[in-house]
Write a protein that binds this ligand. Structure first.
Ligand code: SF4
Length: 348
């Protein structure tokens, strides 16, 4: 199997392939090629990497169990791997024994959750992604200026709950351009907007356009809230999707940025797009008549899951893998300061 940069992905051509149906054979003869376009960048972002390493280091430093409020990142594989190492995932801090250690997830928490943890004398380690923290700070600043804040995002998503909890009396949530008509504010000249970090860039722009039409003096956030990882992964999918009959996104269905990648693939011209948690969930019927499959993964997905999918695709003859690179990513974040302090004390 040929992979970008000569990286081997497992199965070679010696493995028996499932038989081709007549339909698939006809398509194959026409194109004489089965290939995979592999999006780059894909998978882990800096915020997810930091959050996962935070739980791993906390387990090493303090020993199991380490409690984690909500899924540390929205990926089933990551959560079950950490559970096996001694992490206990809970929905709320009142499930954590008094005085125990709790890690807050990458999606961020509201001030109320910090207060609840303090009331229970929990030792907290905050793995909120710094790019989510940036949005929290913007919310606090706009609220301090007594503005109405429109938060574009998905109701009920943990990140949106955390951000809106910074200034609940100032923030209202808008999910899509269609909801802009219903927005009521105190002063149309004193309105600003923010967004969840993992939305579709294009749909968010449409929502902002609709808001600006309604509130011409709408104040923008100082910089984009949709993070670099979300927009880079969408750009890579936009670049490859027009050449793909099928795009497969590896990711969990509660992962906002992964779900968006499926939507972006379809909008960018893929005939079909599916989200799967792991390679075993790929339906071979999807490959009927397909000559080019695009593969990518959400920002919370470890690359081993993508390699498993490439191995499975190779079993069906899709063993020619070409990278589609649209950006380089080098950003890294340091671990939460509470944890760094204890790690330093240990080594000094
Ligand atoms: Fe941070 Fe963006 Fe990754 Fe979310 S997707 S954890 S905001 S870098």
């Amino acid at each position: 199997m040929r992979t970008p940069g000569g990286r081997g992905c497992g199965m070679g051509d010696t493995r028996a392939r499932p038989p081709l149906t007549a339909h698939r054979m006809g398509r194959m003869t026409a194109t004489n090629r089965r290939r995979v376009l592999l999006a780059q960048p894909r998978g882990y972002c800096a915020g997810v990497d930091r959050a996962v390493v935070t739980v791993e280091k906390a387990l090493e430093q303090y020993g199991a169990p380490i409690y984690v409020r909500k899924q540390i990142v929205h990926n089933t594989h990551v959560v079950s791997t950490l559970e096996k190492r001694g992490a206990i995932f809970v929905e709320e801090t009142d499930e954590v024994p008094e005085g125990a250690i709790v890690v807050f997830s990458a999606h961020g928490v509201s001030p109320k959750v910090h207060e609840e943890a303090a009331d229970r004398r929990l030792k907290t380690i905050d793995a909120t992604c710094p790019l989510v923290t940036k949005v929290h700070k913007e919310a606090k600043r706009f609220a301090a200026e007594d503005r109405d804040i429109i938060l574009i995002g998905h109701t009920g998503h943990e990140e949106v709950e955390g951000t809106s909890g910074e200034a609940p009396e100032h923030i209202q949530i808008v999910e899509s351009p269609d909801q802009v008509d219903q927005v009521q504010v105190r002063d149309p000249d004193n309105v600003s907007w923010l967004s969840q970090t993992t939305l579709s860039v294009d749909e968010t722009n449409q929502t902002v356009d609709a808001l600006r039409k309604k509130f011409p003096n709408l104040l923008d956030p100082p910089s984009d809230d949709i993070c670099y990882a979300t927009s880079n992964r969408q750009d890579a999918v936009k670049a490859m999707a027009p050449e793909c009959e099928l795009v497969i996104v590896v990711g969990s269905d509660n992962s906002s940025n992964s779900v968006r990648l499926v939507e972006v693939a379809l909008e960018a011209g893929a005939d079909a797009a599916h989200l799967i948690d792991n390679a075993s969930l790929m339906d071979e019927a999807w490959l009927e008549g397909v000559s080019t499959v695009g593969v990518t993964s959400g920002a919370s997905v470890p690359d081993i899951l993508v390699r498993d999918l490439l191995d499975r695709l190779a079993e069906y003859g899709f063993d020619d893998v070409e990278g589609v690179r649209t950006a380089e990513e080098r950003l890294t974040f340091s671990l939460p300061k509470e944890l760094r302090k204890d790690l330093r004390a240990e080594t000094s």
